[in-house]
Design a protein around this ligand. Structure first.
Ligand code: GLC
Length: 602
């Protein structure tokens, strides 16, 4: 390096460090200002107004009596899965948000409300939103920059509807493939949770929470050990010693906290028989004390109600354990009365209430809600945009894992004479999106805007190629190749818990029948987890794990026809049989069908 360039590098580094220290000092000043504003506001608040800030209700609880937002000083509203305005358009969501906000701003101190939603793979409750691959597929990309881009795009669509907060990223570390929420985690190792938690948080929040009109609050969930329950039972019991809990399930949260995550959701599950919603040790001593989490802890939906004892005891336990905001989600009147009793009887110290309210208000100030409480409708052009669909298509490409490619049958030629496409999932947007899409559980059918796998194949091939579609593959006796899409119908949470991960007889027969006609088979599995395919593999010339790819089926065609060489690597170990489940890298006698990290390319 020449002397001149050397000095230029020195000057550049000096300017950079000066810039960073300027930003840091600017940030420090901003936080000091916010803390001062929080102190001033808290000093004016009555106990009723403080209790109100700890309430989160579903929109359905106040849609017909919004004046109660004002009367009970309600600080937060959410949309549970599928809880949408009658007209499911972005504009109708923004109108609903603004109407709710207008009632919050009629309170004495005009404290704005914060609205939360499960935007877990795009703004998935809203018709026409771009639906991204679920986290299990994003984990297979091993691409944190892409995960940040996906979260950023989702944040822009969420903010376009006025909503300020997503209950994402889920940084569960699923250990048992029978768990219905396996697909919500990035993968079976803490390394993947660490790799993706911070980029996802930064994508949603931007580098500094509130620094842009599309910065929304992220929520790392579900703290702690949701993916480690015995038998993969949803909301079950994670029976591990503390060292193992810390090794597997905690690292993702450290990463999220270091990225500045502003909220964390408590898990329904238990650790060694103790419900997380009542664990002072994990919520306060570890999360707020040892890890210095500065944001607020929100309960899960009715999570407080699952604690032992009567309602009053449940609330006492949960709030004293460290829950700051309670996702009730309906009975705010009973909450209000019970909290007043608990405070008057000194069963919950006012200092605990002040700590909870301080944490909540700080996030609201950081988000800029006091200055800009209403929807910024300039973002509506971003909703469902082509730009976002291209990001989703890229994520689909990179999430696919090629498990088998006999005689290099893939990539297929775009000039093949005849391609048979078979399987219900080949032409079903709802199935390829999976759970948490439009409705809580998701559903098959043409549920939103997007491109099915069949439509993508038809777009990709040459005009001379005949693409024949047959749900059961019966009508067609000859084709150059058959693309057969099999897999799971949509589900969410405990409704996805399974004791058996074998493919359906229907799916197996679909493939074996087509193969028996002498047609080469390219199998595509749409699923929220690895399934038992060992005996079926012999009938498949190629096999792709596509997970739950979302609305942009073009990404699958890109890989099928070689416009993108597959790069995905398994984010979970693939069991040979149910006898091996649960199976995770590092297990003794680890002998999966395909190991964690496996993936072929062209
Ligand atoms: C659900 C889920 C949680 C979600 C919340 C709000 O039961 O456990 O992940 O964020 O309720 O929908």
């Amino acid at each position: 390096m020449s002397k001149k360039n050397f000095y230029l590098v020195i000057i550049f580094l000096a300017l950079l460090s000066c810039r960073n220290s300027t930003i840091n000092s600017f940030e420090e000043d901003k936080l000091k200002d916010i803390n001062k504003r929080v102190d001033e506001l808290i000093s004016k608040m009555t106990i009723d107004e403080k209790i109100g800030q700890m309430i989160q209700v579903d929109r359905s609880a106040v849609i017909n009596n919004p004046q109660d937002i004002k009367n009970y000083y309600i600080g937060s509203i959410l949309s549970g899965g599928g809880s949408a305005p009658a007209t499911n358009t972005p504009e109708a969501w923004a109108d609903m948000y603004d109407q709710f906000q207008s009632y919050a701003l009629q309170t004495r101190l005009k404290i704005p409300l914060i609205y939360g939603i499960d935007a877990v793979h795009g703004h998935n409750n809203v018709y026409g939103a771009v639906i991204f691959p679920h986290n299990i597929g994003l984990g297979c990309t091993r691409n944190p920059e892409l995960v940040e881009k996906v979260a950023r795009a989702a944040a822009e669509e969420v903010a376009a509807t006025g909503i300020d907060w997503t209950f994402a990223p889920c940084i569960a570390v699923p250990q048992d493939e029978r768990w219905g929420r396996t697909y919500e985690g990035f993968g079976e190792t803490p390394e993947l949770a660490v790799m993706m938690a911070a980029p996802a948080v930064r994508g949603f929040q931007t580098e500094i929470l509130g620094s842009s009109n599309s910065s929304i609050l992220a929520c790392a969930k579900h703290f702690l050990g949701d993916g480690g329950t015995k038998g993969g039972k949803d909301q079950g019991d994670t029976q591990l010693d503390e060292a193992t809990i810390r090794k597997i399930h905690l690292p993702g949260y450290i990463s999220a906290i270091n990225a500045g995550v502003g909220s964390i959701m408590a898990s329904y599950s238990s650790i060694n028989g103790l419900k997380m919603h009542g664990s002072k040790y994990w919520l306060t001593d570890v999360l707020k004390g040892e890890l210095k989490f500065q944001g607020f802890i929100v309960s899960d939906w009715g999570g407080v109600d699952q604690l032992p004892g009567d309602y009053k005891s449940k609330l006492e336990t949960a709030i004293n354990a460290g829950i700051d905001m309670v996702m009730l989600p309906y009975d705010y009147k009973n909450f209000f009365i019970t909290m007043k009793q608990l405070i008057n009887e000194k069963r919950i110290p006012v200092s605990r209430i002040d700590d909870a309210v301080r944490r909540i208000l700080k996030v609201k100030f950081q988000l800029g809600l006091f200055e800009k409480p209403y929807t910024d409708r300039s973002l509506l052009s971003k909703f469902g945009s082509q730009e976002h669909r291209m990001i989703a298509r890229e994520a689909v490409r990179q999430s696919l894992v090629l498990l088998k490619n006999e005689n290099k049958i893939l990539p297929l030629s775009k000039n093949a004479k005849r391609i048979l496409v078979a399987g219900k999932a080949a032409n079903d947007l709802g199935i390829q999106c999976g759970g948490w899409t439009i409705s809580w559980q998701g559903s098959s059918g043409n549920i939103t805007i997007g491109t099915t796998i069949l439509e993508a194949i038809k777009k990709a091939v040459s005009p001379n190629t005949l693409v024949s579609y047959s749900v059961d593959g019966n009508e067609i006796d000859n084709a150059d190749v058959a693309i057969v899409v099999i897999g799971e119908e949509p589900y969410a949470e405990g409704q996805g818990d399974r004791s058996d991960l074998n493919l359906s007889t229907k799916d197996i027969n679909l493939i074996t029948n087509i193969k028996s006609k002498g047609i080469p088979v390219v199998a595509i599995l749409i699923s929220g987890r690895p399934m038992i395919i060992t005996n079926l593999l012999d009938y498949c010339d190629a096999f792709i794990a596509a997970w739950l790819p979302g609305s942009e089926g073009d990404g699958i065609a890109d890989v099928l026809f070689g416009d993108y060489k597959p790069t995905g690597k398994l984010s979970l170990s693939w069991p040979k049989s149910m006898n091996q489940v649960p199976i995770n890298i590092g297990d003794e006698n680890y002998d999966p069908l395909f190991p964690y990290g496996y993936g072929l390319t062209y």
